[in-house]
Design a protein around this ligand. Structure first.
Ligand code: NDP
Length: 423
């Protein structure tokens, strides 16, 4: 049978080569066709840049593994984050795939398993998590349950011999965090906390700008993460399940990002907390939190979180030469990064063009590569424990009205593994 596509393609190439002028002719003269056929290098197909060097060069797609070669993840807890963000993000991941589910809702689990091609015998109840050990396709267990359940699910995954990715906040107490770190250490598995901000391209660029000196000396940071909570009966409003209110849920993004910007650890915190009396959403957990962190370099971060004000997620880094503002900073998408500085005697503000990427996919791929290459995740359990330590100091500062000193922790990126690589 004649392959019509191949014929028409050959004719097209020949006709361009035979009749074309200009660039086509010069390409032919150099012994290559005037059409980009690509070059295979280390299993990756590369094309020459289509535009001149005055244009932005699109980054080539990252190497994607064949589906069967990817690191297998079991998803624990099929709630909103798992089903609306994480499961769809696997389609954009290059190294990770979902291979198992753990849930307390069998009907929901089997519906999701069918949707993602997960075998019925790779569906488990929470009580059955020890059986994950017998499933070699599962290399990583991703815990996405309410905060106070993280400890038991992380420990169960580690005991089953699996690496663990755990949602933020790591746990409601430092004692829980230490138990989770110790369980993973004893089992010889990795533990990563899902701080997606540290994998999100705009945030990474903001951090790079701050650390490179491009903004001058960064001495002030302003971070806000607010949202208006609905149903007072949901677990986020129940202290025994959530651990706290807006601070560990949304304020944590401000805290973790403020620490990541300069890589320093704060030495002092002050804080105020206020919850409207009589609002049923705040019977057990706090509403508005304003806290301030002081870093060894002298930099100060002012942070706010709220459970009763309209959604606002913004960060601003203020340096001696320029400021950088990221809008939708802690949202799932829609980030922009704008830098203002004096240029030729005039104040100029411009948006940095950054290719949007799915931050959940980047996070999944980072965990997968850490497992494969046996490296410490950028955001390991110790990173989550340090945030918990500081949140406990923030609560104390708000309760006592006094500044709380924190232990000095010299060095940069003290708790972090290596930066994620492009691949
Ligand atoms: P949901 O309430 O939407 O889902 C939680 C799921 O956990 C439930 O659907 C249920 O799944 C399972 N579960 C097990 N036990 C309980 C229980 N006692 N009460 C309630 N649920 C239970 O929560 P989210 O998906 O919004 O949040 C889950 C985790 O993810 C939290 O730690 C949260 O902080 C974090 N998160 C992180 C975000 C990020 O951007 N990184 C954003 C949103 C949340 P099943 O029926 O399968 O058992």
């Amino acid at each position: 049978m004649i392959d019509k596509t191949a014929v028409s393609r050959r004719i097209a190439l020949a006709s361009i080569g035979a009749g074309a002028a200009g660039a086509g002719v010069s390409a032919m003269a150099q012994g290559r066709p005037p059409v980009d056929l690509g070059t295979v290098l280390n299993g990756k197909v590369l094309f020459p840049p289509p535009a001149a060097s005055s244009e932005v060069q699109p980054s080539p797609p990252r190497n994607a593994d064949a589906p069967t070669q990817r690191v297998g993840f079991a998803i624990v807890g099929l709630g909103k984050l798992a089903l609306e963000q994480v499961m769809p993000a696997f389609a954009q991941a290059k190294h990770a795939r979902p291979v198992a589910l753990v849930s307390g809702s069998p009907d929901k689990m089997h519906a999701i398993a069918a949707q993602y091609g997960i075998a019925a015998d790779a569906c488990y109840s929470y009580a059955d998590m020890a059986r994950l050990r017998d499933n070699p396709a599962v290399q990583v267990v991703y815990v996405i349950t309410p905060n106070a359940l993280h400890r038991q699910h992380v420990v169960a995954a580690a005991r089953a011999g699996k690496h663990v990715l755990c949602e933020k906040p790591m746990a409601p107490s430092l004692a829980d965090c230490h138990a989770m770190i110790e369980a993973c250490r004893a089992a010889g598995v990795k533990l990563m906390i899902a701080y997606r901000m540290q994998y999100q391209p705009h945030a990474r660029e903001a951090i790079r700008l701050a650390r490179s000196g491009a903004l001058g000396a960064v001495t002030l940071m302003d971070m806000i993460n607010n949202q208006d909570q609905g149903d007072p009966a949901q677990w986020r409003q129940i202290k025994a399940l959530a651990g706290g209110g807006s601070l560990p849920d949304v304020g944590l993004y401000c805290l973790n990002t403020a620490r990541a910007v300069l890589g320093e650890e704060p030495i002092e915190v002050s804080a105020q907390i206020w919850s409207p009396p009589g609002d049923p959403r705040f019977r057990e957990v706090e509403d508005n939190v304003a806290f301030s962190l002081r870093f060894p370099s002298g930099a100060i971060a002012n942070c706010m979180s709220s459970y009763s004000t309209h959604r606002l997620a913004r960060l601003t880094l203020m340096g001696s030469d320029a400021s950088a503002t990221m809008e939708h900073a802690f949202d799932y998408q829609g980030q922009t990064l704008r830098v203002s500085r004096l240029t030729d005697g005039k104040e100029q503000a411009g948006e940095i063009g950054i290719e949007p990427k799915n931050q959940f996919a980047l996070e999944l791929d980072h965990m997968a590569q850490c497992v494969r290459q046996n490296i410490t995740p950028r955001t390991p359990g110790e990173e989550g424990a340090q945030d918990q330590r500081i949140m406990e100091a923030i609560y104390e500062a708000a309760r006592t009205g006094q500044r709380v000193r924190l232990a000095q922790m010299p060095g940069l990126d003290r708790f972090r593994g290596p930066e994620p690589t492009a691949e």
